[in-house]
Design a binder for this molecule. Sequence first.
Ligand code: IMP
Ligand code: MG
Length: 175
Amino acid sequence: MTQTPPPKVLISRERIQERVLELGAQIEREHPDGSLVILGVLKGSFMFLADLARAISRPLQVEFLGVQSYGGAKTSSGAVQITLDLTNPIDGSDVIIVEDIVDTGLTAQFLMQQLAARQARSVKLCSLLHKPARSVRPVHIDYLGFTIEDVFVIGYGLDYAQKYRNLPDICVIEG
Ligand code: IMP
Ligand code: MG
């Protein structure tokens, strides 16, 4: 009988929380006024977005956008599709796209292009993780949590075949 090996912690919940507080403080410092929108990319960013929102004490608007670029596999299909669109206008706002991870960069590049067309005052990118080894599109990440090696990570919102999102730490599956 084959058994799934237990996940190994790569970035602990304590390190995540510490870094999220720093990112929140930086975002707050750099956006002292104006209408601020933090735009979570579903589903992977849901946990990060919830913590990041609480690390920013100024008024802000929370929005979500659904995209799909992965099937059940660990490699990108390359094609990005919007599965859930914005429900409120963002024109005139400073928008921060909140991603779980920038891997190939295809999703982030697609989203930056899509949002540039919607009359936001500014569009920036915040990603919890970056895997530069797999980059195929250059993407500028304005607010970055951690740079990681070329390993497949799960937990703190990130899935493998829709599972493991509820793990409180960022982990790798061994084997
Ligand atoms: P992209 O390749 O930069 O377009 O990344 C697209 C999406 O793939 C990310 O937003 C994640 O949802 C997912 N992804 C990329 N690498 C990983 C990983 O190591 N674990 C889980 N999901 C990943
Ligand atoms: Mg994602």
